[in-house]
Design a protein around this ligand. Structure first.
Ligand code: HPA
Length: 296
């Protein structure tokens, strides 16, 4: 028996080029019908860090559930709104909560929100996350700007047919985290008097936390902190040549370094306790990054 051609052809439904583009266009059209604000800077706010979105001026908040094709997070601490507004004179669009690969979403869905920020106009995107501290001397509540990453998720959001309109088949990641955006973070830290280090973030798929042996391995291969997010979005944004900056809130010491067991409630609690330092640093960082990306 001969099989019909359609069942022998490679199938890439989640990553199909025209459907990816069309989904993004529908989502962007929906958002643009709600507000005329064109964001210059995008923000992706991680676990327990989403309340910054409530500080935007002249804000318009759109639940993810309303936005066509926008995936939703089921994780506690991730609100699920796209919030547009201003931080000082910088127009921003903010993902208040993200979806993770460990929730079972296709990678094209994990990065959908990041691509939407770019589609709406963001020329730079700042990403925040909660992470476990690996480097000696780290303590819960510390803040670390990402200098580089180790993608240990075993997945890449660009696998599948390349969407040439977005970027090249083999995008360069030599400077995944813009040196200018990192310098803007260091300046912001000085301006608001908040200690800030730089380091390498290792991305694991999760959702289980790491074993102590895995953390020893991560330390040896150069990781300063570990988490379960951010890297897919960074790759998708760099594909499109968007400037990227990312910051981890060290919510706990990683497994085997921490005295006790790890749990998500502790992660959220530390992120919340760090809120005021984190929010003042982020506001100042946005102002500095606003000067790197011209108004449209
Ligand atoms: N490991 C992985 N992800 C995390 C951690 C951790 O220790 N803390 C917060 N997110």
């Amino acid at each position: 028996m001969t099989l019909p051609a359609s069942s022998t052809a490679p199938r890439h439904e989640a990553n199909d080029e025209s459907s990816s583009l069309q989904e993004l266009e529908s989502a962007a059209a929906y958002v643009q019908a709600k507000t005329s604000l064109v964001p210059r800077v995008g923000l992706i706010l991680g676990s327990g860090l989403g309340s910054f979105a409530n500080t935007l001026e002249a804000r318009v908040s759109i639940p993810y559930a309303e936005i066509p094709f926008m995936p939703q997070s089921a994780v506690v601490g991730h609100a699920g709104n796209l919030v547009l507004g201003r931080v000082g004179d910088v127009e921003v669009a903010c993902l208040q909560g993200r979806v993770h690969a460990y929730e079972g979403h296709a990678m094209s869905k994990v990065v959908f929100g990041a691509r939407l920020l770019s589609r709406l106009g963001a020329k730079a995107v700042l990403i925040t996350n909660a992470a476990g501290g690996i480097r000696d001397g780290m303590a819960p509540g510390d803040l670390m700007v990402l200098r580089d990453h180790l993608n240990l998720m075993g997945r890449n959001p660009l696998a599948g047919p390349n969407v040439d309109a977005w970027g090249p088949r083999f995008p360069d990641l030599t400077e995944a985290y813009s040196a200018q955006v990192r310098a803007a973070a260091a300046d912001a830290a000085k301006q608001v008097g908040v200690p800030l280090s730089e380091g390498v973030y290792a991305a694991m798929l999760g959702p289980s936390y790491e074993t102590p042996a895995e953390i020893r391995m991560l330390r040896v291969i150069g990781a300063d902190a570990v988490g379960m997010s951010t890297v897919p979005e960074v790759i998708a944004l760099r594909h499109q040549r968007v400037l990227v900056g990312a910051m981890s809130c060290i919510t706990n010491l990683a497994a085997g370094i921490s005295k006790g067991e790890l749990d998500h409630a502790e992660v959220e609690e530390t992120a919340r306790a760090t809120k005021s330092r984190f929010e003042s640093l982020l506001a100042s960082w946005i102002a500095n990054v606003g000067r790197l990306v011209p108004a449209q």
